[in-house]
Design a protein around this ligand. Structure first.
Ligand SMILES: Cc1ncc(COP(=O)(O)O)c(C=O)c1O
Length: 185
Protein backbone atom coordinates (compact mmCIF):
# COMPACT_ATOMS: atom_id res chain seq x y z
CA UNK A 1 0.00 0.00 0.00
CA UNK A 2 2.81 2.40 0.89
CA UNK A 3 4.74 1.67 -2.32
CA UNK A 4 1.64 2.09 -4.47
CA UNK A 5 0.73 5.30 -2.65
CA UNK A 6 3.95 6.80 -4.04
CA UNK A 7 3.55 5.18 -7.48
CA UNK A 8 0.06 6.66 -7.74
CA UNK A 9 1.52 10.05 -6.89
CA UNK A 10 4.16 9.67 -9.65
CA UNK A 11 7.19 8.64 -7.55
CA UNK A 12 8.61 5.50 -9.14
CA UNK A 13 11.60 4.97 -6.84
CA UNK A 14 10.04 5.07 -3.39
CA UNK A 15 10.02 1.34 -2.69
CA UNK A 16 12.29 0.99 0.34
CA UNK A 17 11.27 0.66 3.99
CA UNK A 18 13.01 1.84 7.11
CA UNK A 19 12.65 -0.70 9.92
CA UNK A 20 14.27 -1.11 13.33
CA UNK A 21 16.70 -3.40 15.04
CA UNK A 22 14.79 -5.99 17.16
CA UNK A 23 11.69 -5.40 15.04
CA UNK A 24 9.38 -8.22 13.95
CA UNK A 25 6.65 -7.93 11.33
CA UNK A 26 5.86 -11.49 10.25
CA UNK A 27 7.03 -14.53 8.34
CA UNK A 28 6.04 -13.76 4.76
CA UNK A 29 8.93 -12.76 2.49
CA UNK A 30 8.15 -9.05 2.35
CA UNK A 31 7.77 -8.80 6.12
CA UNK A 32 10.77 -11.02 6.92
CA UNK A 33 12.86 -8.44 5.06
CA UNK A 34 11.76 -5.89 7.70
CA UNK A 35 12.69 -7.98 10.75
CA UNK A 36 15.98 -7.79 12.63
CA UNK A 37 18.39 -9.54 10.21
CA UNK A 38 20.92 -10.65 12.87
CA UNK A 39 19.05 -11.42 16.07
CA UNK A 40 15.68 -12.23 14.54
CA UNK A 41 14.50 -15.69 13.52
CA UNK A 42 15.14 -15.35 9.78
CA UNK A 43 18.94 -15.12 9.68
CA UNK A 44 19.07 -18.18 7.43
CA UNK A 45 17.42 -16.26 4.60
CA UNK A 46 19.68 -13.19 4.87
CA UNK A 47 20.65 -12.73 1.20
CA UNK A 48 17.24 -13.70 -0.20
CA UNK A 49 15.21 -10.65 0.84
CA UNK A 50 14.97 -7.34 -0.99
CA UNK A 51 17.32 -4.87 0.76
CA UNK A 52 15.72 -2.51 3.26
CA UNK A 53 17.09 0.15 5.62
CA UNK A 54 17.63 -1.05 9.18
CA UNK A 55 17.82 1.71 11.81
CA UNK A 56 18.42 1.91 15.54
CA UNK A 57 15.47 3.18 17.57
CA UNK A 58 16.19 6.88 18.13
CA UNK A 59 16.11 6.76 21.92
CA UNK A 60 18.83 9.35 22.58
CA UNK A 61 20.06 12.53 20.95
CA UNK A 62 22.83 11.03 18.83
CA UNK A 63 20.52 8.26 17.57
CA UNK A 64 17.91 10.91 16.80
CA UNK A 65 20.45 12.82 14.69
CA UNK A 66 21.32 9.58 12.85
CA UNK A 67 17.65 8.76 12.22
CA UNK A 68 16.93 12.25 10.94
CA UNK A 69 19.96 12.03 8.63
CA UNK A 70 18.84 8.63 7.29
CA UNK A 71 15.45 10.02 6.32
CA UNK A 72 16.77 13.28 4.90
CA UNK A 73 19.44 11.47 2.82
CA UNK A 74 17.19 8.72 1.43
CA UNK A 75 13.73 10.26 1.41
CA UNK A 76 13.46 9.92 -2.38
CA UNK A 77 13.84 6.12 -2.02
CA UNK A 78 11.81 5.59 1.15
CA UNK A 79 8.16 4.53 0.98
CA UNK A 80 7.60 4.29 4.72
CA UNK A 81 9.02 3.78 8.18
CA UNK A 82 7.53 0.75 9.93
CA UNK A 83 7.55 0.22 13.68
CA UNK A 84 5.92 -1.71 16.50
CA UNK A 85 4.97 1.20 18.76
CA UNK A 86 6.19 1.15 22.39
CA UNK A 87 6.94 -2.62 22.52
CA UNK A 88 8.99 -4.67 20.07
CA UNK A 89 7.38 -8.01 20.86
CA UNK A 90 8.94 -11.06 19.19
CA UNK A 91 12.34 -9.30 19.13
CA UNK A 92 12.51 -9.58 22.94
CA UNK A 93 9.71 -7.47 24.46
CA UNK A 94 11.90 -4.40 24.12
CA UNK A 95 10.20 -1.22 25.30
CA UNK A 96 10.74 2.35 24.15
CA UNK A 97 9.05 5.46 25.46
CA UNK A 98 6.34 7.67 23.98
CA UNK A 99 8.89 10.45 23.33
CA UNK A 100 10.86 8.21 20.93
CA UNK A 101 7.65 7.29 19.13
CA UNK A 102 6.68 10.96 18.93
CA UNK A 103 10.12 11.82 17.54
CA UNK A 104 9.85 9.12 14.85
CA UNK A 105 6.39 10.35 13.82
CA UNK A 106 7.50 14.00 13.70
CA UNK A 107 10.61 13.11 11.66
CA UNK A 108 8.51 11.13 9.16
CA UNK A 109 6.16 14.07 8.81
CA UNK A 110 9.02 16.54 8.35
CA UNK A 111 10.56 14.47 5.54
CA UNK A 112 7.22 13.46 3.97
CA UNK A 113 7.71 9.74 4.60
CA UNK A 114 4.75 7.51 5.49
CA UNK A 115 4.60 6.03 8.99
CA UNK A 116 3.25 2.50 9.36
CA UNK A 117 2.53 1.37 12.90
CA UNK A 118 2.32 -2.37 13.32
CA UNK A 119 -0.13 -2.71 16.23
CA UNK A 120 -0.69 -6.40 15.61
CA UNK A 121 0.65 -7.23 19.06
CA UNK A 122 -0.03 -3.96 20.93
CA UNK A 123 -3.50 -3.10 19.61
CA UNK A 124 -6.88 -3.35 21.36
CA UNK A 125 -5.76 -2.55 24.87
CA UNK A 126 -2.78 -4.86 25.14
CA UNK A 127 -0.40 -2.00 25.88
CA UNK A 128 -2.76 -0.16 28.25
CA UNK A 129 -4.43 2.32 25.88
CA UNK A 130 -6.69 1.04 23.13
CA UNK A 131 -3.75 1.54 20.74
CA UNK A 132 -0.13 2.07 21.77
CA UNK A 133 0.15 5.10 19.47
CA UNK A 134 -2.44 6.92 21.61
CA UNK A 135 0.09 7.00 24.43
CA UNK A 136 2.24 9.31 22.26
CA UNK A 137 -0.73 11.04 20.61
CA UNK A 138 0.59 9.85 17.27
CA UNK A 139 -1.70 8.98 14.33
CA UNK A 140 0.07 6.75 11.77
CA UNK A 141 -0.59 6.95 8.03
CA UNK A 142 -1.18 3.19 7.96
CA UNK A 143 -1.96 0.87 10.87
CA UNK A 144 -1.71 -2.94 10.92
CA UNK A 145 -4.20 -4.75 13.14
CA UNK A 146 -4.79 -8.40 13.96
CA UNK A 147 -4.57 -10.75 16.97
CA UNK A 148 -6.94 -9.13 19.51
CA UNK A 149 -9.13 -7.86 16.65
CA UNK A 150 -11.13 -11.06 17.07
CA UNK A 151 -9.76 -12.18 20.42
CA UNK A 152 -8.44 -15.28 18.69
CA UNK A 153 -11.86 -16.53 17.59
CA UNK A 154 -11.04 -16.01 13.87
CA UNK A 155 -7.79 -15.51 11.95
CA UNK A 156 -8.42 -11.94 10.78
CA UNK A 157 -6.23 -8.94 10.07
CA UNK A 158 -6.95 -5.41 8.89
CA UNK A 159 -4.82 -2.66 7.38
CA UNK A 160 -6.32 0.80 7.80
CA UNK A 161 -5.10 4.04 6.25
CA UNK A 162 -5.66 7.75 6.75
CA UNK A 163 -7.68 9.71 4.26
CA UNK A 164 -4.72 11.06 2.23
CA UNK A 165 -3.55 7.47 1.60
CA UNK A 166 -7.07 6.41 0.63
CA UNK A 167 -7.38 9.40 -1.69
CA UNK A 168 -4.21 8.45 -3.61
CA UNK A 169 -6.07 5.27 -4.65
CA UNK A 170 -9.40 6.95 -5.37
CA UNK A 171 -9.47 7.48 -9.12
CA UNK A 172 -11.52 7.09 -12.30
CA UNK A 173 -8.41 5.30 -13.61
CA UNK A 174 -8.67 1.61 -12.69
CA UNK A 175 -4.87 1.45 -12.80
CA UNK A 176 -4.62 3.56 -9.66
CA UNK A 177 -6.09 0.67 -7.71
CA UNK A 178 -3.79 -1.89 -9.34
CA UNK A 179 -0.06 -2.44 -9.20
CA UNK A 180 1.38 -0.47 -12.09
CA UNK A 181 4.47 1.50 -13.04
CA UNK A 182 7.85 0.43 -14.39
CA UNK A 183 8.64 -2.04 -11.61
CA UNK A 184 5.41 -3.97 -11.95
CA UNK A 185 4.95 -3.97 -15.76
C1 LIG B 1 4.05 -7.12 15.65
C2 LIG B 1 3.70 -8.25 14.73
N1 LIG B 1 3.58 -8.02 13.41
C3 LIG B 1 3.24 -9.00 12.56
C4 LIG B 1 3.00 -10.29 13.00
C5 LIG B 1 2.67 -11.34 11.99
O1 LIG B 1 1.35 -11.38 11.69
P1 LIG B 1 0.84 -12.41 10.57
O2 LIG B 1 1.23 -13.77 11.05
O3 LIG B 1 -0.64 -12.18 10.53
O4 LIG B 1 1.53 -12.07 9.29
C6 LIG B 1 3.11 -10.58 14.34
C7 LIG B 1 2.88 -11.95 14.81
O5 LIG B 1 3.18 -12.32 15.89
C8 LIG B 1 3.47 -9.55 15.23
O6 LIG B 1 3.61 -9.77 16.55
Amino acid sequence: MAVQYWLNKGHVNRDRFVCFRHGYHGDTFATMALCDPDEGMHRLFGGVFPPQMMAELPTDESLQIGFDRLLSTHRERIAAVILEPLVQGAGGMKMHDADSLRFIAATCERHDVLLILDEIMTGFGRSGRMFACEEAEVVPDIICLSKALTGGTLPLAATAARRHVFEAFWSEDNGAALMHGPTYG
